[in-house]
Structure formats: structure tokens, C-alpha cells
Design a protein around this ligand. Structure first.
Ligand code: ATP
Ligand code: MG
Length: 426
């Protein structure tokens, strides 16, 4: 036998046994987004490499070590998108969606990061992202958080996630803070590993979310970003907190939350869970008022978030015991004997036309009734519809309840839709 080829490390198949749960989650997501009036945008999965370097920042983890980058046949450097915001802003500028306009956009799809695969962390993973343009007010930051809270309720995971919130202020406030933080951290350089020492120079704010426990201890006494906020950011944050209080969404102000990408300002937030081990962040976002201009558009403010679908699906599996996934097959049509194929096909097509919400499978692969009933049982269908020679001649069908709720019945073909409608509603 020839050697088999396997999937790329960290890139998973979603098997037919898993897709029903994924579809269930995706349907909830779509329906919540629609209920807020947000519009879907679809971008390519490949973009020009400089887009990410410019949007996300050269010294971020994502750009410096996690991107799948390659040259195409014309030696243009391309990158599989590691996140959606950069591409969404690129598309918005390119199609004139952002200048002097308000947009509430969402997308769903695969993202790619070269990371060490483990539970909740993959090289191809899926995000749902929301990006809002042209609305500076904290009301929209609050709306985004309300939307996510509603989704967690719909997914049955609300009790298992908590909201962490911070404001990282204006660029200028952050620069002042950066100076103060570096002065403080330089006194503790002996506690730092090489990576942290490098961050101290390139991106000191990222040291705030270090996993190094000795350093974490020391950081409790570090200057706080919230004390360096500019007045406008301070008010914006106070209004956001006030709105969340008013609608009853609990949050924890986490002064160490800075998020990994460079483009944020003012609001940053994360929804975290303790139910998934180390990969605890299911959703993260924030405001990025300078990004559109930084990517060459007319200045337009923005705010958004992205959530990881793999982590949400894992969390739903872990904590939501109430889900009833739809049956893969509701009705299985079996037939054997002379002149039964066409009546069986006609019957199945009629059901698909008149009862399109039911899933009707036709046997198709021959064999005697015994074999066919085995398949029908295995399909998980509630009813088998049976057409033998006498049923075909008499315009009838035998309805057999495979889950054992009722006796087998002979039903006239022209009454079968009514019969099944009633049976499935019972
Ligand atoms: P982490 O700290 O876990 O690496 P991040 O800050 O890099 O997350 P973001 O860039 O904010 O993540 O992406 C938003 C969400 O996408 C994350 O909260 C997470 O749910 C999901 N996510 C990010 N990277 C991965 C990955 N490699 N595999 C699966 N999901 C991911
Ligand atoms: Mg990451």
C-alpha cells in the first residue's frame, strides 16, 4: 500500500460526528449577531505580508514568530491571516466603507498561527470577529460586551466566564506610562529571563502579563496604567463601566491587561474561563482608534473583538449538558422488490419538498429488508418508511417507528405527509 499523507500539525479535520455541535454554536453566533443588526463581511485568508506587520506591529508575538509567511510565484511575500482585524480594515479602506461612515461588521473563518499545538491552541483555528467603525462613544464598547454576554447565555456558558476590563488610554498616556514602568522594572532586571529582557526594550507593557511568578509578585507594586490615563480616556472608561453596571454585567478591572497586539487604545477586554486549563481566553478585544489611519485610510475610530471557536466549542462541551443536537436523519426510506425504486424515490422527494425541515435519507444501496433495516437503525432515524411490492401497487407505505414509540402503520401515500407532520409534533 502507498504511504498515506497526513494533515499538517496543528490543523484539524472537523469530523461528521463533531460538525453538529459546531453548527449549533455557529447558528447561535449568527443569530445573536443578526439580532444586533450587524452585517457579515468575508475577506480572503491570504493577505500581503506588510499589512500584518504594519497593523499588528513588528515586535508582537504574532508578527515576530507566529505567522505563516511565504513567497508566491512572483516573489511577493504573502501571509495566511493570523487574525481578521487587519484584513477587515484593509477591505474597508479599499471599498470606501469607513470614511465618514458607521459600520458594524462581523466575519467568521479560519486563522493561522505558527504556535505549539495543545488543547485550545492550534495552527489553523477559527475566529468570529466583530469590527465597528466610526463610533467613538463608550456606548458601542458597552454594546459589544452586552452582545458577547448574550451569546454566552445562549451557549449556556455564562456562569463559566468572567469579564476582565482595562483601559490603556491614548498613545501619549501609554508612552508616559511606559517610561515609568521601564524605570521601575530596571530595578528588577535580575528576575527576568532573556525574553523578558528583550521585551523591556521592545515592548515593556507585555511584561505585565508575564507568567514568571517572581516577576508577577514584584509587578503588584509597579506603577498602574490607570493612574497615567489621559482625561478623555479616563472619562470614556468611567462611562463604559457605568453602562455595564447599569445593565448588570459584572467585570473585574485588571490593570495588567494590555493585550498582545499593538493597535489597541482606550478599552481592552477579555472573557476568560478556568474550565479549559491554560488556554483560558475565549474572547478578546478592544478599541483601535488609530488603526485605519495607520493603514492609509482617512482617520476613523474602531472597536472590536475576536473569539476562538475551538475554545468555545470545548467550553460548551465541558459545561453545557442541556444541548439537544438535531438528529442526523429523521426518516429513512427502504424499498425492495419489483417496481419499488421509483415510488421510493418519489416519496422521498415529496417529503423533502413538503417537510423540508425533516432530514430524509433514501437507502440506495440494495439488499434485502433485513440489511436495510439495520442501516435504518444505524442512521438514527425516528421512522423507516417501507415500500415493498404490495405497497407500491396499492399506493401505500408502511411507517415503522424505529425508536419504538408506536405500532407499525400502513398509511396511504397521499396521507403520509399529514401523518408524519403529526407524528413529529407529538
Ligand atoms: P492567547 O493569549 O491564548 O495566545 P491571543 O491574545 O493571542 O490569545 P487573540 O489574538 O486576542 O488571542 O485572538 C482572539 C481569540 O482567538 C483568543 O481569545 C482565542 O480564543 C483565539 N485564539 C488565538 N490564538 C489561538 C490558537 N492558536 N488556537 C485557537 N484559538 C486561538
Ligand atoms: Mg497568542
Amino acid at each position: 500500500m502507498a504511504k498515506t499523507i497526513q494533515a499538517i500539525r496543528g490543523m484539524n479535520d472537523c469530523l461528521p460526528t463533531e460538525t453538529p455541535l459546531w453548527q449549533w454554536v455557529e447558528t447561535k453566533v449568527r443569530s445573536v449577531l443578526a439580532s444586533y443588526g450587524y452585517a457579515e463581511i468575508r475577506m480572503p485568508v491570504v493577505e500581503s505580508t506588510p499589512l500584518f506587520a504594519r497593523a499588528i506591529g513588528e515586535v508582537t508575538d504574532v508578527v515576530s514568530k507566529e505567522m505563516f509567511t511565504f513567497d508566491d510565484r512572483d516573489n511577493e511575500s504573502l501571509t495566511l491571516r493570523p487574525e481578521g482585524t487587519a484584513g477587515c480594515v484593509r477591505a474597508g479602506i479599499e471599498h470606501g466603507l469607513l470614511y465618514n461612515q458607521e459600520q458594524r461588521l462581523w466575519y467568521m473563518g479560519p486563522m493561522f498561527r505558527y504556535e505549539r499545538p495543545q488543547k485550545g491552541r492550534y495552527r489553523q483555528f477559527h475566529q468570529v470577529g466583530v469590527e465597528i467603525f466610526g463610533i467613538p462613544n463608550p456606548e458601542i464598547d458597552a454594546e459589544l460586551i452586552m452582545l458577547t454576554a448574550r451569546l454566552w447565555k445562549d451557549l449556556g456558558i455564562f456562569e463559566h466566564v468572567t469579564l476582565q476590563l482595562n483601559s490603556i488610554g491614548s498613545l501619549e498616556a501609554r508612552q508616559n506610562y511606559r517610561t515609568a514602568l521601564v524605570t521601575f522594572l530596571e530595578q528588577h532586571i535580575d528576575l527576568m529571563n532573556d525574553e523578558e529582557k528583550e521585551r523591556l526594550v521592545k515592548n515593556p507593557l507585555r511584561i505585565l502579563d508575564t507568567k514568571n511568578e517572581a516577576l508577577q509578585q514584584v509587578l503588584n507594586d509597579a506603577p498602574k496604567l490607570l493612574d497615567y490615563l489621559d482625561e478623555e480616556s479616563r472619562q470614556h472608561f468611567a462611562q463604559l463601566c457605568g453602562l455595564l453596571d447599569a445593565v448588570g454585567i459584572r467585570y473585574e478591572v485588571n490593570p495588567k491587561l494590555v493585550r498582545g497586539l499593538d493597535y489597541y487604545n482606550k478599552t481592552v477586554f477579555e472573557w476568560v474561563t478556568s474550565a479549559l486549563g491554560a488556554q483560558g481566553t475565549v474572547c478578546g478585544g478592544g478599541r483601535y482608534d488609530g488603526l485605519v489611519e495607520q493603514l492609509g485610510g482617512h482617520a476613523a475610530c474602531g472597536v472590536g473583538f475576536a473569539m476562538g471557536l475551538e475554545r468555545l466549542v470545548l467550553l460548551v462541551q465541558e459545561v453545557n449538558r442541556q444541548i439537544v443536537l438535531p438528529r442526523a436523519v429523521d426518516i429513512y426510506v427502504v424499498y425492495a422488490g419489483e417496481n419499488t425504486t421509483l415510488p421510493a424515490f418519489r416519496l422521498a422527494e415529496k417529503l423533502r419538498s413538503e417537510l423540508p425541515h425533516l432530514r430524509t435519507m433514501t437507502h440506495c444501496s440494495g439488499g434485502n429488508f433485513k440489511k436495510q433495516f439495520k442501516r435504518a437503525d444505524k442512521s438514527g432515524a425516528k421512522f423507516a418508511l417501507v415500500i415493498g411490492e404490495s405497497e407500491a401497487q396499492n399506493q401505500q407505505v408502511v411507517v415503522k417507528d424505529l425508536l419504538g414509540g408506536s405500532e407499525q402503520q400502513i398509511v396511504a401515500l397521499n396521507e403520509v405527509v399529514a401523518y408524519l407532520t403529526q407524528a413529529f409534533n407529538a
